[in-house]
Write a new protein. Structure first.
Ligand code: GDP
Ligand code: GDP
Length: 441
């Protein structure tokens, strides 16, 4: 499981700037999808081989009794509770404040690794301003500049020094064992959407053979099973507990657990409650799964509980609110009545096989050349991008690397055009597709 870092500090110290630096923009095409929430507070970070989840908090105002501030303080406490390490951000330029002291007092009680990041310290290393932050009793202040990226790498390395980065199993597959590995499946969705009902319905299917059901009693769920000759693994799904042979929902739902499960999965099944509609949280989870490059299948559960008018309205709201998920199939199911489960399995299998589709260089290159013949990329001033050849740069998600000249001038809409051609040719459904441009000049 990826370790979790929480960013804590009063407003304006530079938490979001640090968050953006740690998470970066992952994919131009994804970033371009309308409807994908950009202000989300959870992100994937990768620094010198360490992969982690980072949580940005809305600021901390412990002594104010205004509602919004209390809410922020609550959010902060939650984030800290869910994290493995905390980065406490202060502003060297503004100096110590009473709020900093309040936050420090709280952080000293949490029993986690807490690092003190003295931000906005560009051009003032070893400055006397740093010294006063010792007063906080959090340890040595570490000078960083989020805006310029200085000191950020070593800060993260310190925060995660107890976690060894895992072998990058997805990039290397020396024994060609990928095909033999089970498909790791995460069932994500809000509390009460029907996750445990669905999983129990699956496990009750005759066609599904679960291994190791009695075994582990910990909260973590990890069920290997086989269905139709294919191997799967249900990975730890937030908010569920196993009780003997059945799963039940537990009260506590943790966003971080969900994100960790998604990070660990090959395919994410996002359940949406037909009665409640698409929530912000659904959109957040979906956005995260897209950014993580996971194969995604959407299932609207409790389809039995709404009438045809509501069904139509719901479909429209999904189209608009999850517009960035256009590539994902949307199924209608009733976990309770065990309806729609066959097509759901097919969609999961199709998504996984799309995510791992092999695309050879000759076929990709021919596709790209034909696409260009059909429609040329736009000229940008004196430049006309020249697409020469393409190769596959990865799986789950599939990455297509296009080589040529002046490719930085290829517009997003042209990339979407290419994406459409590639998707159509390889019949990709249920997986994001990344296109990278590599110019040789
Ligand atoms: P947050 O409220 O803690 O999330 O703070 P923001 O990330 O929104 O940053 C607040 C302000 O500080 C913005 O104007 C940033 O541009 C600025 N800022 C953030 N990091 C740095 C930095 O490293 N150096 C300088 N000089 N300014 C920064
Ligand atoms: P979880 O918190 O996501 O695990 O949700 P549960 O599986 O515990 O289900 C929450 C509630 O929704 C329970 O009362 C279920 O009986 C109900 N439920 C689950 N699936 C369906 C369904 O397909 N249709 C209807 N009408 N109710 C359902």
């Amino acid at each position: 499981m990826k370790p979790v870092i929480a960013l804590v500090g009063r407003p304006n110290v530079g938490k979001s700037t640090l968050f953006n630096r740690l998470t970066g923009t992952r994919d131009a095409i994804v970033a371009d999808y309308a409807g994908l929430t950009r202000d989300r507070h959870y992100g994937d970070g990768k620094v010198s081989g360490h992969e982690f989840i980072v949580i940005d908090t809305g600021g901390f105002e412990p002594d104010s009794d205004a509602g919004i501030f209390q809410e922020m303080a609550k959010q902060t406490r939650q984030a800290v509770a869910e994290s493995d390490a905390v980065i406490f951000v202060v502003d060297v330029r503004a100096g110590l404040s009473a709020q900093d002291h309040d936050i420090a007092r709280y952080l000293r009680t949490v029993g986690k690794r807490v690092l003190l990041a003295a931000n906005k310290a560009e051009g003032m290393k070893d400055a006397p301003q740093l010294a006063e932050f010792h007063e906080l009793g959090i340890g040595e202040p570490i000078a960083i500049s989020s805006a310029h990226g200085q000191g950020v790498r070593s800060l993260v390395e310190l925060a995660l020094q107890d976690f060894t980065p895992p072998e990058d199993e997805d990039d290397e597959d020396p024994d060609g064992e990928r095909e033999n590995r089970p498909t790791r499946l995460a069932v994500a969705g809000r509390p009460n959407v029907g996750k445990s009902t669905l999983i129990n319905a699956w496990l009750g299917e005759e066609r599904l053979v679960a291994f190791d059901l009695p075994g582990t009693t910990r909260d973590a769920i990890h069920v290997p099973f086989e269905r139709g000759g294919k191997r799967y693994e249900l990975i730890d799904t937030a908010g569920l507990r196993r009780k003997g042979r059945v799963f039940e929902a537990i009260e506590k739902f943790s966003v971080v657990k969900t994100l960790q499960a998604i990070a660990d999965a090959n395919v994410v099944l996002l359940l949406i409650d037909a009665v409640e509609g698409v929530s912000d949280q659904d959109a957040h989870i979906a956005g995260y799964a897209v950014e993580a490059g996971r194969a995604i299948v959407v299932a609207i559960n409790k389809w039995d509980a709404i009438d045809s008018y509501q069904r139509e309205r719901l479909e429209r709201s999904i189209e608009s609110r999850l517009a960035f998920l256009k590539f994902a199939p949307v199924l209608h199911i009733s976990a309770k009545r065990r309806q729609g489960l066959g097509p759901l399995w097919k969609a999961i299998d199709d998504a996984w096989s799309s995510a791992t589709r092999k695309m050879t260089t000759p076929v990709l290159t021919r596709l790209i050349i034909e696409a260009v013949q059909f429609q040329q990329p736009q000229r940008a001033g004196a430049f006309r991008p020249k697409l020469r050849y393409a190769h596959q740069g990865g799986q789950n998600p599939p990455v297509v690397v296009i080589h040529g000249n002046a490719l930085e001038h290829v517009t997003d809409s042209y990339k979407r055009y290419l994406e459409g051609r590639i998707r159509e040719h390889f019949k990709l459904t249920g997986t994001p597709l990344r296109i990278e441009m590599r110019s040789s000049d």
